[in-house]
Design a protein around this ligand. Structure first.
Ligand code: IMP
Ligand code: MG
Length: 369
């Protein structure tokens, strides 16, 4: 992922794919023109990289020149095309091939046709590396198209966003959801996960998705997914990952404008972690970190026994039960620790000391994501 000015872009078309597309255009044009010496005309600024690669590959003699037009502002095409550098040579009787980096609305192309209307060229051929069929609303024929792309804003390989990105050899696409912070939060019982989740939620404007709460909500409200989950639970079977993922997906969709999510109680297995990655991928996003509060067993036992005195929770009153829960936590999370470590996304945070100190440590980790 890259950031240009205020926007985030994700990898879209590789240097290799571009190279192949350029070569295919060269081959097609060379085949059609044979021994005729064409004049290739690049439309500046965007086409400089294409023109350079194109003419290096072109197998026969050719001429190269540029005209400079400007229409784009930010990420939108405008009607108003400015001619910044026009034609400087006589093209009477010549075969002219326009080399465009991208054809979007076709406004620029319309202007190109206007420029050539009185030039008496032999033929005017249009070649564009990228083409957005959904955006194009003109009737001019496009003789050669490298790669058709969806109607989304791209940068790289000559194309810019407000001046940046032209130098990139690969092409990137504007992310539909901008930068999110998505965390999976872990901590053994007594680590203060709930308390810290509340602070994180506030500070980073995140939505806290506790899988336990999501299940209870769906079952209580008898949603289709809730009933489905219940049917497995009633048979004493594990709820299939896909059902859980679908519930989480609903929560993610309910909060389409969220700055990010804290997943709590999920994932529990490699397969679930993978499914969560896929879910985030569909949203053009990702899990940024597994944050695990690390607290010494003896401290946890002390904290929970203390809590048991006031909470009345039976499982907080018995030391051997407490130790078992802690042990179970480590057995279960070990797999996930490995999963996220392999992606460089595991962050253990010292969960001992005052609540404020722990919050400061968590913030330090998240601020660097
Ligand atoms: P059109 O006039 O709408 O066809 O747009 C053509 C010009 O707009 C191109 O030559 C580019 O300079 C610019 N443009 C169109 N789409 C994009 C894009 O996705 N990224 C960057 N520039 C673009
Ligand atoms: Mg252009």
């Amino acid at each position: 992922m890259i950031k240009l000015h205020d926007l985030y872009f994700k990898p879209f078309i590789s240097e290799q794919e571009i190279d192949t597309a350029v070569q295919n255009m060269v081959d097609a044009i060379a085949l059609e023109l044979g021994d005729e010496i064409p004049v290739f005309i690049g439309i500046l600024n965007g086409s400089f990289m294409l023109v350079s690669d194109f003419v290096k590959k072109y197998p026969k003699p050719c001429e190269v020149t540029f005209i400079k037009l400007a229409s784009y502002e930010g990420v939108k095409s405008t009607e108003d095309i400015q001619r910044l550098i026009g034609l400087t040579q006589d093209l009477t009787g010549r075969t002219v091939v326009i080399l465009e980096d991208i054809i979007d609305s076709g406004n620029t192309l319309e202007e190109v046709h206007r420029i050539f209307k009185n030039e008496n060229v032999k033929q005017l051929l249009i070649a564009t590396l990228f083409y957005k069929p959904e955006a194009y609303d003109k009737d001019f024929k496009l003789h050669y198209v490298g790669i058709e792309i969806p109607n989304k804003f791209i940068v790289g390989y000559g194309l810019d966003y407000d001046g940046l990105g032209r130098d990139l050899p690969n092409v990137y696409q504007l992310k539909t959801t901008q930068h999110m912070i998505n965390l999976v939060l872990f901590g053994p019982p007594g680590a203060g996960k709930g308390t810290q989740a509340n602070f994180l939620k506030e500070k980073y404007d995140l939505v806290h998705i506790s899988t336990g709460d999501v299940f209870r909500y769906n079952i209580k409200n008898e949603t289709a997914l809730g009933m489905l989950a219940k049917s497995f639970m009633d048979k004493g079977e594990l709820v299939p990952d896909q059902v859980t993922i679908n519930m989480l997906n609903k929560e993610v969709e309910k909060n389409a404008d969220a700055k990010g999510f804290i997943f709590d109680g999920f994932p529990r297995t490699n397969a679930q972690a993978k499914a969560l990655d896929d879910l985030m991928g569909v949203k053009d996003s990702q899990i940024n970190a597994m944050v695990a509060l690390e607290v010494d067993d003896e401290v946890l036992v002390k904290r929970l026994l203390e809590r048991g005195k006031t909470s009345g929770r039976a499982d907080d009153a018995d030391e051997s039960i407490i130790r078992n829960r802690i042990k179970e936590y480590y057995t279960k999370t070990a797999i996930l620790k490995n999963y996220y470590t392999a992606q460089d996304k595991y962050f253990g945070v010292d969960g001992e000391g005052s609540i404020e100190d722990i919050t400061v440590r968590l913030n330090a980790v998240i601020d660097k994501l």
